[in-house]
Design a protein around this ligand. Structure first.
Ligand code: HEM
Length: 406
């Protein structure tokens, strides 16, 4: 009995020692024991759902600068283990002989792909969809409480030219290409998860191919019309002090009687213009980098500039990574392209609302190019005044801009 008691106590002490700090430290000592590979504690932490820092693997690559020709394909690998070879491949340290000379072909393994996939299938889809639905809901609510903004003094029957045919052509080219890009982009992002269960793989495959073709080719029309729109309208969209008054007045959107003064474009339209131009340029740049894979890496250089300006520290981040794999560049381009496109879609949905159902008389500006004088006086009083002064001083031939409605 006494012997049994002594034996049990000894076992408890040994087990206690093994798990105590002084005994077997699962974190520290066993790393050396595993030859630099992951430890039991790493595995347990991963199973508990905790974040595990795997940086230690990067330095456990076996013989430095492993040369592929030192290892005979059919021979033994000497002191090099399989695990070390795979870690060398994973951290892009193995000397690989590839026939293709593309930047990406020498990288056989990159684990940032899983993070990208999770981001694309998770937050990007979730918050993207919520932002679009949220904006449509907000506009529906606004329409319910405010209704269609009327032309307060009624239509005068006299119209003036607001946009020339060439301006309208550029606008509609921009608008139709944007809508096609938006729809095909959404199909690419959501199709796999939402359309395949509904229409099956075969049909989705044809749809996805057509969608990709449209998206890739229509992008040129979008970029070209973006440049034309910029040239036509930039002079009218330089911010002025008048814009501050317009914004402080809520653009007169929330009251029926106050209408802040505006020239050709009011502050709200200037915001739309700059969002379209700046985000349009950004979505085009990231789109081009996706269209020509690995040819236009942009993020490492941008991150380096941001680091040198100290921008990351404003967000509590020490620095942004500047040593990116070609694949990581592509993943970042895709994420950026999608985020920027969603912001644009949200803003453009509001623009489409106000240019069609939200405001009486607005659509004509882009439809026929002629707007009623009373509409112009209500929303762009300074522009209307300047235009009618110009017209009354000009020769009869130039007064074509003013047309009595039939
Ligand atoms: C498809 C539906 C659309 C409709 C009904 C529409 C309507 C209009 C109208 C009526 C105007 C002139 C406003 C005025 O006279 O002051 C305008 C201007 C403009 N549109 Fe559109 N538009 C549409 C789509 C788009 C799209 C998709 C874009 C860009 C991607 C866009 C970009 C612009 C810009 C930059 C302006 C000048 C600034 C402004 O008025 O906000 N439009 N649009």
């Amino acid at each position: 009995m006494m012997r049994l008691f002594c034996f049990t106590s000894l076992m408890f002490i040994l087990v206690g020692m093994a798990y105590s700090d002084d005994g077997m430290d699962l974190n520290k000592n066993s790393r050396a024991e595993t030859g630099g590979a992951q430890t039991l504690e790493d595995i347990l932490a991963r199973q508990r759902g905790e974040e595990v820092n795997y940086n230690f693997r990067k330095s456990a690559l076996g013989k430095e600068g492993l040369e592929s020709d030192t290892i005979s394909p059919l021979g033994t690998m000497g002191l090099v283990s399989d695990a070390e070879v795979f870690r060398q491949l994973r951290y892009n340290k193995a000397d690989i002989n590839v026939s293709s000379k593309s930047a990406a072909s020498e990288i056989l393994v990159q684990d940032s792909g899983m993070n990208w996939l999770n981001l694309r299938e998770g937050p990007l889809q979730k918050y993207g969809a919520l932002s679009l639905i949220g904006m449509i809901g907000l506009l529906a609510f606004f329409f319910l409480i405010r209704g269609r903004i009327p032309v307060e003094n009624g239509l005068s029957g006299i119209t003036i030219e607001r946009f020339k045919p060439i301006e309208r052509f550029a606008h509609w080219l921009l608008a139709s290409s944007f809508i096609l890009l938006g729809l095909t982009g959404l199909l690419t992002l959501f199709g796999r998860n939402f359309l395949i269960p509904m229409i099956g793989h075969e049909t989705f495959s044809s749809l996805a191919l057509a969608s990709k073709w449209i998206h890739n080719n229509v992008s040129w029309a979008f970029m070209a019309s973006l440049v034309v729109i910029f040239i036509f309208w930039v002079a009218h969209n330089i911010p002025t002090r008048l814009d501050i008054k317009w914004i402080l007045n809520g653009g007169g959107m929330f009251s029926s009687h106050s209408h802040p003064s505006a020239r050709k474009f009011n502050a709200g339209q200037k915001i739309i213009f700059w969002v379209v131009i700046l985000l349009g340029a950004s979505v085009s740049a990231s789109g081009l980098s996706l269209l020509f894979p690995f040819e236009f890496p942009m993020f490492a250089a941008t991150f380096a500039k941001m680091n040198s300006l100290g921008l990351p520290s404003l967000f509590g981040i020490e620095s942004l990574p500047t040593n990116l794999l070609p694949h990581e560049e592509m993943q970042l381009s895709q994420v950026w392209h999608t985020i920027v496109a969603f912001i644009m879609m949200v803003v453009i949905i509001a623009h489409i609302y106000i240019g069609s159902v939200g405001m009486a008389g607005a659509y004509d500006a882009m439809g026929s190019g002629q707007v009623d004088v009373n509409w112009a006086k209500q929303h762009h009083d300074i522009w209307e005044e300047e235009l009618s002064k110009k017209n009354s001083n000009s020769t009869p031939k130039d007064t074509d801009a003013i047309t009595p409605a039939e």
